[in-house]
Design a binder for this molecule. Structure first.
Ligand code: 2DT
Ligand code: MG
Length: 209
């Protein structure tokens, strides 16, 4: 795609209770304060029809085949793709709470084949930066406890952590999530500002997974 001034796709990933959602909001407020156009997004987006099926599954009220669920999570990103790309190309930075990496890590942690898990993500916009909020499953588990949703159990989170490790690549920044809320935010700021300015200066073409 072209070298227009575009926004950055910044993704936060990590285990449950790693602090992603709070850090997303903090980061969005900070970037807005610097005068940038920025929006907070999250996946799964539970507001759509597909998202409400996902939500029912996560809440335990619906049983679904593991592969079918995997494809629903992916379809939930695909149904937002056009809107995502329009925003990015119009210069808006998106800070996204979970993306394809959650999709692959959680399904592969169930034992599904890794390459099979990655396949439906191919063609979605690639993240310019993945901030991985790094915390051990044991430490995350003692942080005020998990909720009642599927996957929110220590044994499963350990498997997810292993899968995440295998996905880390060149656009990832590993952030020590055991620090205080403000320290974690500080650790993320500089890379985010750099990533956004590279994108706005046309140095990063929008690439695809
Ligand atoms: P939240 O607790 O962040 O709402 O996530 N998940 C998420 C998947 O299994 N596949 C995906 O593609 C995504 C985006 C992670 C709800 C749970 O859904 C899992 C936790
Ligand atoms: Mg959760």
């Amino acid at each position: 795609m072209g070298a227009e001034k575009r926004g950055a796709l910044i993704v936060l990933e990590g285990l449950d209770r790693s602090g992603k959602s709070s850090q997303c909001h903090r980061l969005v407020e900070f970037l807005k304060g610097t005068g940038l156009k920025v929006e907070a997004w999250r996946f799964p987006d539970r507001t759509t029809a597909i998202g409400s099926s996902i939500s029912a599954y996560l809440g335990g009220g619906a049983e679904l085949d593991d592969r079918a669920v995997h494809l629903l999570f992916s379809a939930n990103r695909w149904e937002k793709r056009l809107q995502m790309e329009k925003k990015l190309m119009a210069g808006t930075t998106l800070v996204v709470d979970r993306y394809s990496y959650s999709g692959v890590a959680f399904s592969a942690a169930k034992g599904l084949d890794l390459e099979w898990c990655k396949a439906p993500e191919v063609g979605l916009p690639a993240a310019d930066l993945v901030l991985y909020l790094d915390i051990s499953p044991e430490e995350a588990a003692v942080r005020g406890g998990y909720g009642d949703e599927r996957y929110e159990q220590l044994d499963f989170q350990k498997k997810v952590a292993l899968q995440y490790k295998g996905l880390q690549g060149k656009r990832w920044k590993i952030v020590d999530a055991r620090q205080s809320f403000d320290q974690v935010h500080e650790l993320m700021r500089e890379t985010c500002v750099k990533t956004v300015s590279n994108c706005l200066n046309g140095c990063h073409h929008l690439s695809r997974l």
